[in-house]
Design a protein around this ligand. Structure first.
Ligand SMILES: *[C@@H]1O[C@H](CO)[C@@H](O)[C@H](O)[C@H]1NC(C)=O
Ligand SMILES: *[C@@H]1O[C@H](CO)[C@@H](O)[C@H](O)[C@H]1NC(C)=O
Ligand SMILES: *[C@@H]1O[C@H](CO)[C@@H](O)[C@H](O)[C@H]1NC(C)=O
Ligand SMILES: *[C@@H]1O[C@H](CO)[C@@H](O)[C@H](O)[C@H]1NC(C)=O
Ligand SMILES: *[C@@H]1O[C@H](CO)[C@@H](O)[C@H](O)[C@H]1NC(C)=O
Ligand SMILES: *[C@@H]1O[C@H](CO)[C@@H](O)[C@H](O)[C@H]1NC(C)=O
Ligand SMILES: [Zn+2]
Length: 421
């Protein structure tokens, strides 16, 4: 089977247009008030995360443990013996893009490989089953992958007007690119889960890479948002018992889906708008004709681009009318501790639907984050270190040596707006 994935960034083009003038934007509240998508997606410099980039893998590249990161190494050592002896699937690098065609795999699905047959009940004992549906009848477990997207304010504003919380599966590289947008997720009371560092097919990675994809995303969310997630979703759903075991060792509940809107495929030219509309309509029809009378649903939808976000807004009222309840996924399973930090709590299903308790939190005050100097002249700092290459990343400043490569790639494709991974 073959998949292709596109991730895009407008921040580099925005920066090129704006020369080297990278704005310093510093608060979630300020960022949340920007209404113009172009301005939202203009690169900015945010000291608390930009100054820590050297403690993270290169953004948008497959993660591995940094050679001098003794904390990560110790954690990895401590979980290694629990990882089942299952080989990575496919042949790299093709499999990083979802090409598993060279893979020999038994039809008995010994590894509970979701990509093969949507297996969600591990074959290895001691691993919990994946969450693939909201257990409560007539309930939609609501969540969005691939954020935070730089242009998400209209979408988050809409959810606010509906007083609707959702589960947001954030990509670590996006969190580092767009930290104030990540903070809005928490400030708005959404649940934040991990969606890996670089959005690769996890079963194609080595144990160490898979660990690093999760570990550094957790670390990025902790750095930027102040909380450590307890849930994750594999990109493309691609996971087997080896990957589940690594996630489980990191305290992450695995969440997948049974319905796919295919909204993400439109940008890649692999699905039409009409097909995505039909997928939404089928879910709505199912909710109306009793398909979910005894247990609910989760549909894969994305905070990826203007289309995927607009599509949800187009169908939200119909979904709300067809389902009895639309709840964030952790609440749908009564998981009331969304983060490792115990001073946050999420409502149970009953609490959520009765509106008595909502998740909430404040983004961290940058000056209280560990080891960080107060922000000074961020804008000039970014411009002087990286020039255009720093702009690929919304809030990076110029950092790693690979950033130059990004700039070259982007320049070669000319208009820059789309970068294929
Ligand atoms: C790890 O190495 C990087 C660059 O090689 C350096 O900037 C950073 O300070 C080091 N981190 C630690 C925790 O020693
Ligand atoms: C309910 O609607 C779904 C989606 O349109 C359809 O696939 C299913 O067959 C319908 N079921 C019944 C019992 O009508
Ligand atoms: C975020 O959404 C905008 C608007 O559709 C899009 O141009 C941009 O590429 C998206 N960013 C990422 C990283 O996917
Ligand atoms: C989509 O783009 C239009 C035009 O830029 C903008 O007005 C609208 O708010 C965007 N919608 C979403 C959901 O991002
Ligand atoms: C959530 O808690 C409610 C109230 O105790 C209970 O009725 C329901 O079965 C629970 N749901 C799940 C999925 O555990
Ligand atoms: C939880 O505790 C952390 C660390 O002490 C603090 O930064 C954060 O603001 C607290 N959050 C809430 C919602 O109390
Ligand atoms: Zn994704």
């Amino acid at each position: 089977m073959r998949f292709a994935s596109f991730l895009t960034s407008t921040s580099l083009s925005a920066t090129l247009l704006a020369g080297s003038a990278i704005a310093q934007r510093t608060t979630e509240q300020q960022e949340a008030q920007i209404n113009d998508p172009t301005q939202e997606c203009t690169a900015y410099y945010y000291q608390p995360s930009a100054s820590q980039l050297y403690n993270f893998p290169t953004i948008w590249q497959p993660a591995s443990i940094l050679s001098n990161d003794t904390d990560a190494q110790a954690k990895y050592q401590s979980i290694q013996s629990a990882i089942p002896n299952i080989q990575p699937k496919g042949t790299q690098p093709a499999s990083l893009m979802g090409d598993f065609s060279g893979n020999q795999y038994s039809s008995s699905d010994p590894d509970c490989w979701w990509t093969y047959d949507k297996c969600i009940t591990p074959k290895i004992s001691g691993l919990p089953p994946d969450v693939a549906a909201a257990p409560e009848p007539e309930t939609l477990g609501f969540g969005f992958d691939d954020g935070p997207n730089c242009s998400h304010n209209a979408f988050y504003d809409y959810l606010q007007t509906k007083n609707q919380k959702a589960t947001m599966f954030y990509i670590g590289s996006n969190v580092m690119d767009w930290p104030l947008e990540a903070q809005r997720g928490l400030a708005d009371g959404h649940e934040i889960c991990v969606h890996t560092w670089s959005h690769r097919y996890m079963t194609s990675l080595t144990n160490e890479q898979a660990f690093a994809e999760l570990y550094y995303t957790m670390k990025a969310i902790k750095l930027v948002v102040g909380v450590t997630p307890t849930c994750w979703r594999p990109p493309f759903g691609d996971m087997d018992d080896r990957i589940r075991s690594i996630a489980h060792s990191l305290g992450l509940t695995t969440i997948v889906w049974k319905y796919d809107s295919n909204d993400w495929q439109v940008e890649a030219g692999q699905a039409t708008v009409q097909q995505v509309n039909q997928n939404y309509q089928n879910l709505i029809n199912g909710a109306k004709n009793g398909t979910f009378a005894t247990s609910g649903a989760i549909m894969l939808t994305h905070e990826l681009n203007n289309f995927t976000m607009t599509e949800m807004m187009t169908y939200y009222d119909q979904l709300k009318a067809a389902f009895k309840y639309i709840v964030p996924v952790l609440s749908s399973i009564n998981q009331t501790q969304p983060y490792v930090e115990t001073n946050y709590s999420a409502p149970t299903f009953d609490q959520y639907i009765s509106g008595t308790v909502t998740t909430s939190g404040s983004p961290p005050n940058p000056s209280t984050l560990p080891g960080l100097a107060p922000a000074t002249t961020g804008a000039s700092g970014a411009a002087s270190t990286g020039g255009a290459s720093s702009g690929k990343n919304g809030a990076m400043g110029g950092m790693s040596s690979n950033m130059g490569a990004w700039a070259v790639t982007a320049a070669l494709v000319g208009g820059v707006v789309r970068i294929m991974l």
